[in-house]
Design a binder for this molecule. Structure first.
Ligand SMILES: [Zn+2]
Ligand SMILES: [Zn+2]
Length: 293
């Protein structure tokens, strides 16, 4: 770059102006910008050239910003521009996809599905489940033994192989499952289940959970009124295709050692029949909730 006395003088003057503006605008911009070159020329004279310089001169859009040594553009104008352009492009793309209403057929399940803006353009399968089906089959084909080994390791099998003592130790790993609260909850559950079993077996002894004001007959009536199609006392219990007694506000949120709270938990309004699977899903959510509290 050839420097004439005039251009050197111009730059010196520009630096002076920058210094004046920086004092005028002091506090209105981050202090570390004071370390940046004061003019573009000054920035270019440094090797390697810094990305930004700061003249404290407002850009045509009124931004008090750094400028790029490369093109002299205002930092904010350039970044705003990029963001605005990409957002516009995104909107246009989405609108195009919606207006096309393109449907595809899933090669796995044969169902048709509509391509939505969020989807990848090369979407082939209707769902994650369908997309994974083929690789799952390939995985089994590649090594059928591996599958057997894995199923041998499955949680249910591991559980079955454990001794009663080991199961108890595992269960008590969680503080929630230990101590008098668990015992009380367990007692109420067994008492209710025993009472129902007694009734179903034609028992006449009036079993009432008097201490918490629980009436087995009323309970059974209440539950029967809420039965969904397919529910009966024959499939009351835990397991697939069975239903359980569900506490709408879960038992773990009550202190069952306290008769008042136990009564509150076992109010008919808090009890309903629920399919086992649904109850399990709910239990997971309840557990998360009780851990947080
Ligand atoms: Zn600007
Ligand atoms: Zn599918």
């Amino acid at each position: 770059m050839n420097e004439t006395p005039q251009s050197l003088a111009r730059n010196a003057n520009a630096i002076k102006m920058t210094m004046k503006r920086r004092t005028d605008f002091a506090g209105k911009y981050p202090e570390e910008w004071n370390d940046l070159p004061r003019t573009r020329k000054e920035a270019q004279s440094i090797k390697p050239a810094p990305i930004h310089y700061f003249t404290a001169k407002l850009c045509p859009y009124g931004h008090l910003e750094r400028r790029f040594t490369g093109g002299g553009n205002c930092f904010q104008c350039l970044t705003l521009d990029v963001a605005r352009r990409s957002q516009l492009q995104k909107k246009e793309r989405e609108a195009a996809i919606i207006s096309k209403r393109e449907t595809r057929t899933c090669p796995e399940c044969g169902e048709g599905f509509l391509l939505r803006p969020k989807d990848r353009q090369d979407k082939i399968y209707c769902s994650k489940k369908c997309a994974g089906a083929e690789s799952k089959r390939a995985y089994v084909r590649a090594d059928p033994e591996r599958r057997k080994k894995q199923s041998a390791k499955s949680a249910t099998k591991r559980y079955r192989e454990k001794t009663v003592d080991q199961r108890r130790i595992d269960r008590n790993k969680y503080s929630k499952n230990r101590g008098p609260r668990r015992k009380a909850a367990h007692n109420v559950r067994t008492r209710i289940n025993n009472a129902i079993r007694h009734r179903l077996n034609g028992g006449t002894k009036s079993w009432r959970l008097k201490d918490i004001g629980f009436d087995v007959d009323k309970f059974m009536e209440h539950i029967e009124s809420l039965w969904e199609p397919g529910m009966s006392w024959d499939n009351y219990g835990v397991g697939p295709g069975k239903w359980v007694r569900d506490e709408i506000v879960p038992m773990c949120s009550f202190d069952m050692t306290d008769p008042k709270q136990a009564k509150e938990c076992m109010r008919l309004e808090n009890l309903r029949p629920l399919w086992h699977e649904a109850n399990q899903r709910k239990a997971k959510i309840d557990l998360k909730f009780s851990k947080r509290h």
